[in-house]
Design a binder for this molecule. Sequence first.
Ligand code: ADP
Ligand code: MG
Length: 706
Amino acid sequence: MPALDSGIEYLKGVGPQRADVLKKELGIFLCRDLLFHFPFRYIDRTRFHRIREIANEGEPVQVKGILRRLEMVGEGRARRLSGTLRDETGSLDLVWFQAVHWLEKSLHIGKEYIVYGKVNEFNGRFSISHPEMEEANPDNLQRPRSFEPVYPTTDKLSQKGLDARGLRKIIRTLLDGLAPGDLPETLPPYLLERFRLPQRFQALEKIHFPESQKELDEAIRRLKFEELFFLQLRLLQIRARRKSATKGFVFEKIGDFFNAFYHQKLPFELTGAQKRVLKEIRVDFASGKQMNRLVQGDVGSGKTVVALMAMLMALDNQLDGIPFQACLMAPTEILAQQHYDNLSALLGDLGVNIGFLSGTVKGKKREAILAQLRSGDMHIVIGTHALIEPWVEFQNLGLSIIDEQHRFGVEQRAKLWAKNPAGPPHVLVMTATPIPRTLAMTLYGDLDVSVIDELPPGRKPIDTIHKTEHHRLRVQGIMREEIAKGRQVYVVYPMIEETEKMDLQNLMAGFEALSRDFPMPEYQISIVHGKMKAQDKDYEMQRFVRGETQIMVATTVIEVGVNVPNASVMVIENAERFGLSQLHQLRGRVGRGAEQSFCILLSSVKLSHEGRERLQIMVGTNDGFKIAEADLRLRGPGNIEGTQQSGMLRFLLADLARDAQVLSAARDTAAEILTQDPGLQLPEHASLRRHLDSTGREAKIWSRIS
Ligand code: ADP
Ligand code: MG
């Protein structure tokens, strides 16, 4: 029996030729890889169904009966092989649409077969398409009633005898040759006991060859737990190491700037969630370690003022007598400008010197800002990517805030770190894209996460309406009414790279139609899309921001962060083509003032099942976290924005959308163990350390992504 780490060709029944296809087709090189090639489904052989008992369409059944009829029926493309199977209780149709001649010859009327497949119902009669057929003989009638594994395979493999049945055989051979010592337990006994998990060896055997549903469920639960637990253990270790390794500036003092703002300028009472997050930031500032914190908060939850107050805390503190500075970086010029205007207004005459820097700030203005940042005369700078350029130097940068982290890569964050030779500034990342808890734990497992889960009081929930394009006139009616009240309207079109040309045509056609229905001079319309020059875009945007135009026709370039409180209607064309999180972001552009706002989802009449579900979810809830959970469920974690390249979300078994509970347990347990035994030095944790070391290679990638 070859060891688990020997080449697959040494396994009995494989040999060089089959090994070659296994490598090419399934990436199976070692015996170990084969062991981790898990079934994707199981055939329930635990019982034979009686034909009369079959009740539900879609149910997988195993029946035993005599083949009573077998004939070719239908013409042309509808031609098919059709049969009837009969047991003591009734009869059932069997249908094959392909490979019929070969099958016709191999099946025999009058013989007894074991038949397996999913039942369909048609005209009140049950049938099975492409059933698995086995001639009944004493052998297979007496074989243990169990769950038979079905493995992912390919045509090339089947040609080499490695179809589902062939794979089953070599995996059985592999398992039979293994001793428990070949697959040492990775979890300490007390964890197995606490969570009632089967041993690793047993779980790996039972995931291939379970004898009951219960055994299968337990094996899967054990292996999922293991997968998630070790990931969390690793992430928490990285975080702990980084925290102890990276010294941070200490901001202990709450001083004049902060107090003056809080008592004289803050125009409203902070929400409970805002207060809580500020406290969390304060604790980080006082800890002596560098802060790396993500603040998640739905659109409109009031992240800006939290950012400002954190910056004021920085300004009130010093290093060797030199006060700290702060910067805030936004992904687009317009957003940065808005933050600048907004924060300047909030600060008023407080005496904070705040500046704006982007690629468009040129000449003397630019020189002056750069000089003031170097000398320390400027306290806060708001800007775009331009802030991380090497020629932007600070006297003493203490805090960097990044708005909307998805547009900022790891490298850019690293550049920010280097902006202060005395040490890395604290980093606060703010995002309005809610990430489900399960995903945040994994993606940002090494960041601290704060959540602003409460909206400021008095907001009227946005009224979301789904209409098909037949009701365009009604939608225009709502637009007219709102504009008559002095409000403004967005009309957004999808723009996707693959269909860009057509999308652009759509947008222009829509713009022209709107110009006819909302004619000048009564109405003014802005248009913004990604193909326009930055200057023109900016000009059109500013006209809308200033209220000179009532309607803004745009693609998703407006998605991130623009703030026009007077806008009360968001019309989304072809809404079925947008993803949930995008729809939610777009909706967040309205409902920023005190007035009732509307989000109108226009779609075609015919919708896919998933498309309809998305729109229903939007109509049903305004809660960004609920939407993110639904998004994860509908699309799977690989498609959630910002996670695409992240290999760490590829699991063998675990599914972040479904296994939230297992993940929480894994996370809590990992945290508990590391608190008790940070270096995993205790004898009962030796198996954990060993497993982490042996899988350490891939882990390097994870530590890099954050
Ligand atoms: P976002 O989290 O989307 O960045 P903003 O910071 O832009 O949200 O805040 C949205 C609006 O809510 C702003 O007009 C802001 O002044 C206001 N706001 C923030 N916090 C509060 C609060 N505690 N009470 C009332 N209004 C608030
Ligand atoms: Mg914001």
